[in-house]
Every structure is written in structure tokens, then in C-alpha cells.
Design a protein around this ligand. Structure first.
Ligand SMILES: *Cc1c(COP(=O)(O)O)cnc(C)c1O
Length: 432
């Protein structure tokens, strides 16, 4: 199994090289040369654990990898916390809880799998690799957590000061050791620009082994297949019917994995995306042009994306835009609706959602109001306790903090301030 670029400008490459590179050399995104297909004997039967499903679902991508024999062990370590599908109050309504990892958001799964792969691929005498990530919230924490104290790696995080929730900020700063966190006096776009400038700085890259781990990396996309494959096959085994999915989305990483799992034959029905007020995708799926925009700040900050990078992958997988529009639909949810959805969720659904999950819940509410009676799962992308300052006043009670997040909040913060300046970052990178 080889991997090609969505832009078609580079020769096919093996998975080991693609995992290390992250982005294809022509600036495109890596995609598998063909989408492997599974027989119903796999996709419709129950699986004992998420790690077992992950191993099965990822195996076709790793057939030619030096990691092939180690895949079960890598999966056992990366997927060592569950992704439970929990029934909600309404008939056929479910929540797929992806927030039981160390940093309480779904990005833990992919970050941990990527860390396992990069560790296993690393030569023992290789120089220390610095992983540079610009983050608007959850990616940075997940990558920091996954690489914390991992020999041979250093993590540098850039996040926009004051633009993430206070608990998200602490989750980015609570690591120390081989993790350096900079709160940048600027926007997320500044952070991204600074990371891009550093990653394309030849002189800098000659002086240090610098790489990224952002959501377009192949090693972030593939591991997200596992929880969709696992949930869909166990649901089918139990109920004899497909599960329909609502995925809150910004950069389309998690949603691209859901689509891939469906194309591989796992019993996923309709796939509906929920965005915040950044409505580039809903406008495209309603028939408009794909027209990226400046990012708007919303309550669901991890989905504040005006130009979803993974859109390239979705286009690559479909013959034309009409075929893509037939496969997926999308709806935008504004801040006022996020607020009311959170406020009524305890009574209507028996749960407390984070602002991202609330976008998905609202889409479900609309489907039910239109008379849809099929089984649906809303993907819960983060734990509500991470967004207590938004959620608690709306539901009028405290939200219990999960143990891993409590651990992180109890540790000291090691963040350093940084001006939004390319040269300032370069100097700090070289000063280590
Ligand atoms: C990253 C993130 C999203 C958006 O995921 P994409 O893969 O970028 O679409 C949604 N919710 C939370 C909590 C996130 O951290």
C-alpha cells in the first residue's frame, strides 16, 4: 500500500516516509493510493476492544511498513481508553464519547498513535526531533501529552494568548520537561504563520530536526478511523442496522476519517457535519462554490476554521463536487444556538455537551423535529469540563472534572510569553 499526494505532484511513497513527512512535498495531503475494502464478516461482527478494531482497520495501510509486526502493540498503547457509545434520552439518540483520554478531547487518539509510530520509526542515534505545533486549543495539549517525556522528542507549542478557554490554556502549559509552550501575543493565524515560517526555514532546519504534527498529517488522519469502525461494527452486530453520524467539524480531519471508515465498508449510514458560524462547508454542500473565508471567533473555538485543510482529501475521494455533495451534508450553528442547545441539553438529552458537541446536538434536534426516526450518534469531541466557563453558567451547575484533566489542572503552568514575530520564535528555538 502506497500513498499519493492530493495534488498529484509527487511519486507514491510508503507509509513510514509519509508518517515522518506529515505533508507531501508538493504541499498536498497524503492519501492512500486506494481505499481498502473490508468484507461484512469483519465490518458487521462485534469486536472485543477499540485496540483490536484499530489493529484490524489500520492493518491494510501498514502491510508494507517496517511497523507491520508491531501494529497490535502500538495500538494497544495508543488506544488504551474507551470510546463509549452512550444512549441519550430520546429514542435512537446516542453520544459517541471521544473525550476519555489524557487531555479530554478526541485528538488524544491520533496524537498518541502518531507518537507511538514516530518513536518506533526513530533510529536510536538520531538527533532530537522538535515537533512544532500551532494550536487553537486541543491539538497542542494532545500532542504535548502524547510526546511528554518521550525520549528523542521535544515539543514546541504556540497558542494565541487569551483566545482559548482558561482550562484549555492550562492544559497547554502543564507539561514542562521536553515540552515548551509559548502563549503568543497574537491570533491563531499568527501562530500558524510563525510555525510555517520556521518549518520552511532551511537554515533552521539544518541546525535542528524540525517537524510538525498538525491535523493534516497522515499519522493524524488514519488513527481516527478506529473509533468509527469500532462503534459502527458493534452497533450493527447488536442492532442489525447502520448507525448515522453527526460530526462537529472545523478542519474536517475527524470527519474525513468517518468518511474513510464508511468507504472501507464499516456500517455507517448518513454522515452529517456540524460547523459553527464558520460556514464555508455548509455553503458548499448546499450547492455554492468552495469559498474559504477569514476565520470568525466562536464559542466552539476548536472549530474556528475558515479554510478547512482536509477539504482537499474529500475532493480527492469523489469524482466531482456533485458526488461529494451526495455523500455528505453540513449545517452551520451560530453562537446563540450553541448557548440555547447547551442550556436545554440536560433536560432534552440527559447530558451536558461542550460547545463543539452542542453544534452536533442541534443538528440532531433539527433532524428529529423533521420526523427522522433513524438511529443517530452525535460525536462528542471534548469533555464539557474543558469549557466550564461557557457551559456552567448555561446549565446552572458545576460540571465534574474527569480525573486526567484534574491531574493536569493540579500541575503548575510552564508557559512563556512570546511576541507574534517570526524572528522571536527562531531565536527561542535555537536557544535550547
Ligand atoms: C479539533 C476539534 C474539533 C474539530 O475537529 P476537526 O478534525 O478539525 O474537524 C472539534 N471539537 C473539538 C473539541 C476539537 O478539539
Amino acid at each position: 500500500m502506497r500513498f499519493v499526494s492530493t495534488r498529484g505532484g509527487t511519486p507514491p511513497t510508503g507509509i513510514d516516509a509519509a508518517l515522518i513527512a506529515g505533508l507531501a512535498p508538493d504541499g498536498g495531503l497524503y492519501v492512500p493510493e486506494r481505499i481498502p475494502a473490508f468484507a461484512p464478516s469483519t465490518t458487521q461482527t462485534a469486536s472485543p476492544s477499540l485496540a483490536a478494531t484499530a489493529t484490524e482497520a489500520l492493518a491494510p495501510f501498514f502491510v508494507d511498513s517496517s511497523l507491520r509486526e508491531r501494529l497490535p502493540a502500538l495500538c494497544a498503547r495508543a488506544y488504551d481508553f474507551d470510546a463509549p457509545l452512550v444512549p441519550m434520552r430520546g429514542h435512537g439518540d446516542h453520544l459517541l464519547e471521544l473525550f476519555h483520554g489524557p487531555t479530554a478531547a478526541f485528538k488524544d487518539y491520533a496524537a498518541r498513535f502518531l507518537a507511538e509510530c514516530l518513536s518506533a520509526l526513530r533510529a536510536p542515534d538520531a538527533p532530537v526531533t522538535t515537533i512544532l505545533v500551532a494550536t487553537s486549543g486541543d491539538t497542542g495539549a494532545a500532542v504535548a501529552g502524547a510526546f511528554h517525556r518521550r525520549p528523542g522528542f521535544e515539543v514546541v507549542i504556540l497558542y494565541p494568548d487569551g483566545r482559548v478557554s482558561p482550562r484549555q490554556a492550562h492544559g497547554l502549559e502543564c507539561w514542562g520537561d521536553n515540552v515548551r509552550t509559548f502563549r503568543v501575543d497574537g491570533s491563531f493565524d499568527d501562530c500558524q504563520r510563525m510555525a510555517k515560517t520556521a518549518l520552511s526555514d532551511r537554515d533552521l532546519r539544518e541546525r535542528m530536526a524540525l517537524t510538525s504534527a498538525n491535523s493534516i498529517s497522515l499519522g493524524r488522519l488514519l488513527p481516527q478511523l478506529a473509533y468509527y469502525a469500532h462503534t459502527a461494527r458493534n452497533f450493527f452486530a447488536q442492532h442489525g442496522t447502520v448507525l448515522n453520524l453527526i460530526v462537529p467539524t472545523g478542519n474536517l480531519g475527524n470527519a474525513a476519517a468517518a468518511l474513510l471508515a464508511k468507504r472501507m465498508g464499516f456500517p455507517i449510514g448518513d454522515l452529517v457535519l456540524a460547523t459553527n458560524a464558520n460556514d464555508v462547508l455548509p455553503r458548499f454542500f448546499a450547492g455554492g462554490d468552495y469559498a474559504p473565508e477569514a476565520t470568525k471567533a466562536t464559542l466552539a473555538n476548536a472549530m474556528d476554521v475558515g479554510a478547512p485543510s482536509n477539504f482537499e482529501r474529500l475532493r480527492h475521494w469523489h469524482a466531482d463536487d456533485a458526488a461529494l455533495r451526495a455523500a455528505v451534508s453540513a449545517h452551520a450553528v451560530d453562537d446563540a444556538t450553541i448557548r440555547t442547545t447547551i442550556a436545554i441539553a440536560p433536560e432534552r438529552h440527559g447530558i451536558v455537551p461542550c460547545p463543539h458537541t452542542a453544534c452536533g446536538l442541534h443538528v440532531l434536534d433539527n433532524l428529529r423535529a423533521q420526523g427522522d426516526t433513524r438511529p443517530w450518534a452525535v460525536v462528542a469531541t471534548a469533555h464539557p469540563a474543558k469549557f466550564d466557563s461557557i457551559v456552567e453558567p448555561l446549565v446552572r451547575h458545576g460540571v465534574e472534572v474527569p480525573p486526567a484533566l484534574a491531574d493536569c489542572l493540579a500541575r503548575p503552568a510552564y508557559g512563556e510569553a512570546l511576541t507574534a514575530d517570526d524572528a522571536a520564535l527562531r531565536e527561542r528555538l535555537l536557544s535550547r
